[in-house]
Design a binder for this molecule. Structure first.
Ligand SMILES: Nc1ncnc2c1ncn2[C@@H]1O[C@H](COP(=O)(O)OP(=O)(O)O)[C@@H](O)[C@H]1O
Ligand SMILES: O=P(O)(O)OC[C@H]1O[C@](O)(COP(=O)(O)O)[C@@H](O)[C@@H]1O
Ligand SMILES: [Mg+2]
Length: 361
């Protein structure tokens, strides 16, 4: 048996742990030959691959990034390198006929799963593994990388708290997460934020200013954790860049700065913004993510061993399971408005920037 592995989309802590687990399990349990495809689906177009064995995955469990490299714009069905042309047939022929792959493990997020699903429909035996710091993939309670990103946000807020307290300032920390607020919600809760602003709950600037002013009068400082996809009730998304050649062209960023400009004229204390950016995505995975990645990788190898293709590994409660790629492709899992952590935040007096019927809550 010959199996390929690729990592697609934004990198994320735990990718190497999955590569290691898939490789070791396939070699040990199936006697398989394993090949790494470099830079996501791009490697199937540029024909860049490398053999993987026990030796090549040694020592990578705790390494951030991906030893295979990745790409978050390469879609063989609309290839940027060929003016948006569909080069999927060549990529498929290379994988199946030239490399002789019996299966392909695709480690990626929502965008990558869309492409994986399309290849599966063309007959390539594919198994997906859910990756993203954003935790926004459908059908799985967790993606690996999320816990590591939350740990970075929590530590950043811990550090911002001491400087905010010393200067009696309003400190805004902007997190990643695209259209989902998971990183800001869990990171904000873990880091003791006073205000948490999410894409799922459009906020009222007056209400956020009121909370800051009230705290200014009392404690003197406020910690705000805002997701890059959050927006005021009457505002659209804050877009940092638009990539013309991508099916997912928007890059978000800057809403923290925008909020700073709204708040500053209404407050005595100084307002400062920290954009956490790619710090959330780099570095070593937390122990939780190392274990989750290892479990996901092992489960992916089990699916291959049983010939269960066209599926993505999931976490259901305590157990690894799987769902058809079709159920995941093109979906985004956002924070439900009745999520227990939102209720807990409200119950603790943490502001979500909400007003009800025009009345501040
Ligand atoms: N809805 C979509 N349909 C088709 N391709 C997509 C879609 N969203 C993203 N992609 C492509 O999938 C790849 C990875 O997507 P991205 O969202 O950056 O990473 P991830 O796989 O982590 O979600 C990129 O090539 C992107 O252009
Ligand atoms: O690295 P880029 O291209 O600026 O992309 C940034 C985006 O990637 C992420 O870090 C991760 O998203 P994906 O998992 O979908 O790749 C988002 O949180 C962020 O909006
Ligand atoms: Mg994505």
């Amino acid at each position: 048996m010959h199996i390929g592995i690729l990592t697609g989309g934004g990198d994320c802590p735990g990718l190497n742990a999955v590569i290691r687990a898939v490789t070791l399990a396939l070699i040990n349990e199936c006697g398989a030959r394993v090949t790494g495809i470099e830079r996501g689906f791009l490697g199937l177009i540029t024909r860049n691959v490398q053999p993987l064995d026990a030796r090549s995955v040694e020592g990578i469990l705790a390494q951030g990034g991906t030893v295979l490299g990745t790409h978050n714009r390469c879609d063989p069905f609309h290839y940027f390198g060929a003016g948006g042309a569909d080069v999927s047939a060549q990529a498929l022929a290379y994988a199946r006929d030239e490399l002789g792959l019996d299966g392909l493990v695709v480690i990626g997020g929502d965008g990558t799963m869309v492409i994986a699903h399309r290849f599966a429909e063309l007959g390539l035996p594919v198994v997906g593994v859910p990756k993203t710091i954003d935790n926004d993939l459908a059908c799985t309670e967790r993606t690996f990388g999320f816990d590591s990103a939350v740990a970075v946000v929590a530590e950043a807020l811990d550090r911002l708290e001491t400087t905010a307290r010393s200067h009696r300032r309003v400190m805004i920390a902007e997190t990643m997460g695209r259209y989902a607020g998971w990183i800001a919600l869990e990171g904000g809760m873990a880091g003791g934020a006073d205000v948490i602003l999410l894409p799922e709950v459009p906020f009222d600037v007056d209400e956020v200013a009121r909370v800051c002013a009230e705290r200014e009068a009392r404690d003197g400082y406020t910690l705000i954790c805002i997701a890059e996809g959050a927006h005021a009730r009457d505002q659209g998304l804050t877009v940092r860049a638009t990539l013309a050649d991508s099916p997912d062209p928007l890059r978000l960023g800057g809403v923290g700065q925008w909020l700073q400009h709204q708040l500053q004229p209404r407050l005595q204390s100084e307002v400062r913004t920290t954009l956490l950016g790619h710090i959330q995505r780099g570095g070593s995975p937390t122990p939780y993510d190392r274990v989750l990645s290892t479990r996901f990788g092992y489960h992916a190898a089990q699916l291959i061993r049983r010939g269960q293709f066209g599926r993505m590994v999931t976490l259901e409660g305590e157990h690894c399971a799987s769902v058809p790629l079709q159920a995941v492709a093109g979906q985004t899992r956002t924070v439900p408005l009745d999520h227990p952590l939102l209720n807990a935040a409200r119950g603790l007096g943490i502001s979500l920037g909400e007003t009800q019927g025009g009345v501040s809550v």
